[in-house]
Design a protein. Structure first.
Length: 395
């Protein structure tokens, strides 16, 4: 499925709060805080000239988040950043003075941290980020997992000392459970999705993502003409659309939102002209994108700034994973998880359709940016789908 954004809000200005949190200036603020985290480093931006030649576009570039902060996903930026901001805010209130990020190892803050509990729901990657952030500052973390989360992803969260709570149903059911239990126990919810009355923390999560986009902007020189970006609840896609709109104005790239055909809640919201939830269906291999209701904050941005919405099939996603793993001669190999390759799946599908390419003005002069949002966060699933282990691809 494919459609251009024809909503009345398209190309309208962002809400002030969204613009403040997803701007280049906000990205610099987030970067300075995240630089305090262990294993912080700039992730690579690869150019794939042979793939660009095959797809008949001028350039394909891939921001590879498969090793971000040692956590294997771009989500490492959002949950950890929001948690740090909330903890510093609350510590400042308790101590009656502004607490600086450079004080995080101070014994007084560590004493406060041990009694603070953060919670979230996750498909896997966001929960790992929140758990890692809590471990870094010495807080407790309670992570809510739905029944579709693999054992490998749960184990990766537990390695940071987090407590796991299992919830029957989907990611959206886990979100509800996390919010309810947190209200009962006085925990802080660090969610990457939002709903009426809960918007400030998801904006902080999105602000964390902009660190990655600032890295891209500083390296690319000439901006891309198109960005194919995957979406679950839409937080990353919203950050991408907002950041590049604010950075480049009228010269901004076209943003194409890519979702699994089996969990296309943003596509459905566009078709309805308002935010809607869709029924839970058959699970998708793109597990990190299996969401059935968009984030309110994300929808408010995407309804204004996304240029098109499309879906990809299970076969499309696996084909894109294999394309990254077995590149054309001269291109670098990339370990992209099931959801990480969805943007490439969207680009490949678009170039196979003359009508879709024409609607997007996607042609031999186009410069395309993709984001590999995750590596092999479930190594067994990766090997089964790609036919090679992550280690074999890297070597």
């Amino acid at each position: 499925m494919f459609t251009l954004n024809r909503l009345p809000t398209h190309r309208q200005p962002l809400d002030a709060a969204d613009a403040m949190h997803m701007s280049p200036a906000a990205a610099l603020e987030a970067q300075r805080l995240l630089e305090l985290c262990p294993k912080h480093s700039v992730t690579p931006l690869y150019t794939l000239p042979r793939l660009a030649q095959r797809l008949d576009v001028a350039q394909v570039r891939v921001k590879d988040e498969s090793e971000r902060l040692g956590l294997g996903s771009f989500k490492a930026l959002g949950g950890a950043y929001a948690l740090l901001r909330v903890f510093l805010r609350d510590a400042s209130k308790r101590l009656g003075r502004e607490v600086l990020a450079t004080e995080l190892a101070d014994p007084a803050l560590r004493a406060i941290a041990k009694d603070v509990v953060f919670a979230c729901a996750t498909d896997g990657n966001h929960g790992r980020s929140v758990a890692a952030g809590a471990h870094f500052v010495g807080c407790q973390a309670v992570i809510f997992l739905h029944e579709g989360v693999s054992a490998a992803r749960a184990a990766a969260i537990e390695r940071f000392g987090a407590s796991i709570r299992y919830v029957r149903g989907s990611y959206d059911d886990a979100v509800i459970a996390a919010a309810r239990m947190s209200e009962e126990h006085g925990w802080h919810v660090i969610s990457d999705t939002s709903w009426p009355g809960y918007e400030s923390i998801p904006r902080l999560v999105a602000q964390g993502y902009t660190t990655m986009l600032r890295e891209v902007e500083r390296e690319i020189g000439q901006p891309p003409t198109h960005i194919f970006v995957q979406a679950g609840v839409g937080g990353l896609a919203a950050a991408v659309a907002a950041y590049f709109a604010l950075a480049y104005g009228e010269s901004r790239p076209k943003v194409v939102v890519v979702e699994p055909e089996r969990a296309a809640c943003i596509y459905a919201s566009h078709e309805a002209g308002r935010l809607v939830a869709i029924p839970r269906g058959q699970p998708t291999v793109m597990a990190m994108l299996e969401c059935y209701e968009p984030s309110l904050v994300a929808w408010n941005v995407l309804s204004r700034l996304a240029d098109a919405f499309m879906t990809v099939t299970e076969t499309d996603a696996v084909r894109a994973m294999r394309q990254f793993a077995e590149p054309l001669d001269g291109d670098v190999s990339i370990v992209a998880g099931e959801s990480g390759a969805a943007g490439l799946a969207g680009l490949m599908s678009a170039r196979q359709s003359e009508s879709m390419s024409a609607a997007l003005q996607l042609d031999a002069h186009s410069r395309v940016l993709l984001i590999n949002t995750e590596g092999a966060t479930d190594p067994e699933a990766y090997a089964r789908l790609v036919g090679r282990t992550p280690e074999q691809v890297r070597n």
